[in-house]
Every structure is written in structure tokens, then in C-alpha cells.
Design a protein around this ligand. Structure first.
Ligand SMILES: [Fe+2]
Length: 340
């Protein structure tokens, strides 16, 4: 059996890794992940990652730390993200050339699910500032007919954890590639499931960790450094490279805060679909055997009734959504914070 996480070290040649950093800096700017949104076909009242956000606020993250300043708490998980490649849509040709069809990532992905045909799906950068972290979560996977374009993200996560839709599941491998500096920001993951102990990987320049992030709970521990200006980061702001190893957060043209590149944590995530063979890949491309939203909701409702978790009428969409998340998406418990 393949380990829950494979470490690839090194990922690229030294020159190629330097080229990645150059491309990172040359990219026009990075927006906040919270800017991304889609209109939902179901329960638009619930935020896309209502599951992870509520768990973070409830528990204070992996170490049970809570900020009294709500602006600061929001800024902690509001990191910067930009996409370099998405299917055939290549935004950064150099990034795509070095990472999208990278042999080492593809080979590790083949091993992860024991599936030969790997179809690179997306390549994107996450940039975290000192004081930022990523709440424990599982990623939004995909099922034939059910992806984030047509269904809310929390529902797709519920679908995976329910185990009721495995026949339609698209196994995906995620490689998280690290370049440059930054202190802290360890990848924390739960190789033995939500009730097991967590493990961590300390990022190192030009390495990657590859795992099934749809199945394995994971997060990013806090990036260390001066977080004095973090609370100033608000939706709509962007991160720019200023030259000479300096980055700045800007609100339009106004500079809000600046950072040494060594204090910023860059990771580039790669996701690949893992198909058993070409026939399976073609079925996915041709959309045969797709799930519909009604089938998904009816299947989950029937299972809730069987478990005795629902009697009477199906509640309103947001209430039904909360019941589904509470029933199926079981987060790891936080570990107590060591006394400081
Ligand atoms: Fe993730």
C-alpha cells in the first residue's frame, strides 16, 4: 500500500526551481481566495466552504487558538491564490511546462491510486503571509456530473465522506510543491483518518508532497513572522511583487503592508485526475453516467432517514445542508495548545 503522503525531493533541477520563482514574481498580482465565488444551484445561503469555515471558528484551528479580533481571524485564512493552468487553459506557459506535466508528479500520482492514466487538471499558487494558516479540511473532489461548477463545494465534500457515491468518484491526486522561503507553514495531515494522530511536513525549497487531499484531512499550520499588519488584509486587496525581494499587499493603488520574500510562504498545487485506463477517461470526457443534483440529494436524504438522523419533511436547503455537513463531514479534534 502506498503511504498517505509521498515526498518528492528534489522536484526539479536547481535552474528550473529558480525559473519557477522568477515566474512567480513576474505574474501580474495575486488575489484573495475569498474573491472566488460561483452562484449556487442549491442553498446559496451557505458559503462554499461553510463546513471548513464553521469548524475553524468553532475550534480555533488545529491548536484551538481563537482570535478575539474578528477581522484578524478572517485575515488568517484569507490567503492569496492565482491559477496558472486549468485544463487546456494555460495562463502561465512556463509554469505549465515545468509543473503541469511533470514526470515526478505524474509518477507519484500513478502510485497513489494504482491508476495509470493521469490527466493534469489544475495548477495554482497559494501564497500565505506571516500569521496566515489554512484551516483543516478535505478538498473539493469531483464525481461524474458533480463538480464545483454545478454543485456547492460543501455538498461535494459531504458526498465523498458519505461514501454513497464511490461509483461516480473521480480519484484525484494533489501535489503541493514548495519553492522559496518562509518560516512555519507546515503541511499538517491525518494519515490515519480524522480520529488518528496528525503528522506534519516542513516545506523545503524544490520539494513536493503528494496525497489524496479529497480523502485525507489536512491544513497548513501558521506561517511565522511579523503579523502586525495582517488584520489590515481585507477582501479585494491584491499581492504584488515590488522587486528586490519585496512583496506588498495593495488596496487598489494604495500600499497596505510590505513583506520580505523570505517571510512569505509559496506553494504551488497540482491536481491530476487518475484514470484506470483510457476507456474510463473517455467516459468522463463524454459525460456518460453522470449524477444529477436531485439524485445526490435524494440519496443522502434516504441515508439520513435510515440512520434515524431525519424524520418528517426534508428541511429547507440551508438547514438540510447543515444537517448533511454535521452528519457526514467529521473533522479531526483540535490538539490542545501548549502553554506559552
Ligand atoms: Fe486543501
Amino acid at each position: 500500500m502506498t503511504a498517505a503522503v509521498q515526498i518528492i525531493d528534489p522536484l526539479l533541477s536547481e535552474d528550473e526551481a529558480d525559473a519557477i520563482l522568477d515566474e512567480w514574481r513576474a505574474f501580474p498580482s495575486y488575489g484573495l481566495y475569498s474573491n472566488e465565488s460561483t452562484r449556487d444551484a442549491y442553498a446559496p445561503e451557505l458559503a462554499q466552504r461553510y463546513d471548513a469555515a464553521v469548524n475553524f471558528v468553532r475550534t480555533g484551528g488545529r491548536f484551538g487558538r481563537k482570535d478575539s479580533d474578528r477581522g484578524l481571524q478572517a485575515a488568517r485564512t484569507n490567503y492569496f491564490r492565482e491559477t496558472y493552468a486549468y485544463g487546456d487553459d494555460i495562463v502561465s506557459p512556463r509554469m505549465a511546462e515545468l509543473l503541469f506535466r511533470n514526470d515526478r508528479l505524474v509518477e507519484a500520482a500513478q502510485k497513489l491510486h494504482g491508476r495509470e492514466v493521469i490527466e493534469p487538471a489544475i495548477l495554482y499558487a497559494n501564497v500565505l503571509l506571516p500569521g496566515q494558516e489554512l484551516a483543516t479540511h478535505t478538498d473539493v473532489g469531483e464525481f461524474r456530473g458533480a463538480n464545483r461548477k454545478v454543485m456547492p463545494q460543501w455538498l461535494i465534500v459531504v458526498m465523498h465522506h458519505s461514501g454513497l457515491f464511490d461509483r461516480w468518484r473521480m480519484p484525484i491526486a494533489t501535489g503541493i510543491a514548495y519553492f522559496g522561503g518562509g518560516k512555519g507553514g507546515e503541511l499538517a495531515y491525518y494519515p490515519d483518518g480524522a480520529s488518528g494522530d496528525p503528522a506534519t511536513y516542513s516545506p523545503k525549497h524544490n520539494t513536493a508532497a503528494l496525497l489524496d487531499t479529497d480523502d485525507v484531512f489536512h491544513g497548513v499550520d501558521r506561517v511565522l513572522g511579523d503579523e502586525a499588519n495582517l488584520a489590515l488584509v481585507r477582501p479585494g486587496m491584491r499581492l504584488h511583487y515590488d522587486g528586490d525581494g519585496r512583496w506588498s499587499v495593495r488596496d487598489g493603488d494604495t500600499e497596505v503592508s510590505t513583506y520580505d520574500e523570505d517571510a512569505v510562504r509559496l506553494s504551488i498545487s497540482w491536481k491530476g485526475y487518475c484514470f484506470a485506463d483510457e476507456a474510463e477517461r473517455d467516459a468522463w470526457r463524454q459525460n456518460t453516467d453522470d449524477l444529477s443534483l436531485d439524485t445526490v440529494l435524494d440519496t443522502l436524504e434516504a441515508d439520513l432517514r435510515e440512520r434515524g438522523a431525519l424524520t418528517g419533511e426534508r428541511p429547507s436547503p440551508p438547514e438540510f445542508g447543515k444537517l448533511l455537513i454535521d452528519t457526514y463531514t467529521k473533522f479531526p479534534a483540535p490538539v490542545p495548545q501548549p502553554a506559552s
